[in-house]
Structure formats: C-alpha cells, structure tokens
Design a protein around this ligand. Structure first.
Ligand SMILES: C[S@@+](CC[C@H](N)C(=O)[O-])C[C@H]1O[C@@H](n2cnc3c(N)ncnc32)[C@H](O)[C@@H]1O
Length: 226
C-alpha cells in the first residue's frame, strides 16, 4: 500500500520504517515520535507546517536529519532550534535526546502557538519562543543553535552576528547549495572572524541527496568551550 496523506500508519509501521534506514531507538522514543507525527499531521490539516506527510518522508527527512544533528550534540547542551516550523529538528531532538535542554523559536505566531500546543500535548520539556531568533538571543544564552531550511547562510549569519556572546556554535543542515552559500557569505565578509567546517556529510535515504551539517563557531565568543 502506498502512503498518502490520508493513511493512518501505526506505531509498528514507524518502528519498521526506522529500522529500514538502520535507526534503532528505544520503544518509548518510537512511541513518542509516532505521537508527534500524528499530532503534527492533525494540525497540518489546519495550518501549513510540513510537506512531509508520508511516513517515509517523516523518517527519511525529519527523523534522519534530526538524528544526524543529535550525533554532534554533547550531553545536556542547551540547544535553540531556529525557525522550527512544525518542530523539526527541535521536537525530535527533545524526544530522542532527553538529556538536552531544547528550546525552539518560530517567528510566525500561528505556527508557534501550534508548536506550543504539540509540546503541551506530548508533555515535552521544551521552551517555545513565538518570536524571531534575534530576539531570543537578547534574552538567553545557548550552547548550540540548530536550523534546517530557514535562511541562506549569509542571512542567518547576519541574524547571529550581534549575538555571538549568547551562542557557542551553529549547526546548520544544508543541501548541495551550501558551497554557493558559503561563497556568498565569504564574499560579503561574514565569515571573516568565524570558523566554518563540515561536521557531517550524509545521504538522505531513498533520494540519496547529499546533506551536510555545517558547524560554525566564533573563536572570540565568550561562551567558547575550552
Ligand atoms: C521552511 S520553514 C522550516 C521549518 C523546519 N525547520 C523544518 O525544517 O521543517 C522555516 C521557518 O523559519 C521561520 N523563520 C524564518 N526566520 C526566522 C527567524 N529569524 N526566527 C525564527 N523563525 C524564523 C519561518 O517562519 C518558517 O516557519
């Protein structure tokens, strides 16, 4: 049976879809992920939060990307997901890495309210900010900012530029255009005082599209780990 937006997958289906891409998670995390998927898809009928409305895309894109990020996060990091949309990667990180202190921000109020409702329904220990990341960084400090699909590198770096004292590093999920984006950011001098490295490269299951996770730090940031 092909999956469409109207099918109702079961938790057994999700467990199998995860195993198909070699993801093994404790049963309770699979259960929470499945609850998240169900609630997200329910809200998605009212407000556009995700285009990934098949189990395959949920696993191969959303869960897979989030777990690639999770591999780069150390125990108990304070993480801010910038532009979380429907909660990716922030809510998936909160489910699969309960040691992390996860916050998410979303500048579109309607979306942020839905994410708040999802967090509350799933009893996730996640702080939701219904505002722009730049505003959150005026109030709070974080070890790592994570983001997927939010802005081109130069734009993102402009947002963070005045706030490096509030953040230790950025971990940004990017597709194949990352080299072009790095060129643009370099061209306008935004990478001059920063260290950028490719922290991970992986192929998205089924499509085999290459993704990278860029790690960007500011050696002068007062939060830098020793
Ligand atoms: C394309 S969606 C990606 C959502 C999610 N990260 C994902 O990968 O499915 C980008 C989201 O970032 C939000 N956004 C854009 N700029 C932002 C900012 N400066 N601070 C917080 N959210 C922002 C948008 O409202 C939008 O919901």
């Amino acid at each position: 049976m092909s999956e469409t937006e109207n099918t109702q997958p079961t938790i057994a289906d999700l467990g199998q879809a995860l195993r198909d891409v070699d993801i093994e998670l404790p049963d309770e995390q699979v259960e929470s992920l499945d609850q998240y998927r169900a609630v997200l898809w329910r809200w998605n009928e009212q407000i556009n939060l995700t285009r990934h409305t098949s189990l395959e895309k949920f696993v191969n894109r959303d869960v897979f990307d989030s777990l690639e990020l999770a591999k780069l996060l150390t125990q108990r990091e304070r993480v801010l997901d910038v532009g979380t949309g429907g909660g990716v990667p922030g809510l998936i990180l909160a489910i699969c890495r309960p040691d992390l202190k996860v916050s998410v921000c979303e500048s579109v109020q309607k979306k942020a309210k839905v994410v708040e409702a999802i967090v509350s329904e799933l009893h996730l220990p996640v702080t939701v900010y219904g505002c722009r990341a730049e505003e959150v960084l005026q109030l709070q400090t974080f070890d790592t900012l994570v983001a997927r699909g939010v802005a081109a590198l130069a734009k993102f770096l402009r947002w963070v530029e005045p706030h490096w004292s509030s953040v230790d590093r950025l971990l940004l999920i990017k597709g194949r255009k990352w080299v072009e984006e790095r060129g643009e950011a370099r061209h306008v001098g935004l990478l001059k005082n920063l260290e950028l490295r490719k922290a991970a490269t992986y192929l998205t299951p089924a499509t085999d599209a290459e993704s990278v996770i860029l790690s960007i730090t500011n050696p002068k940031s007062s939060l830098r780990r020793g």
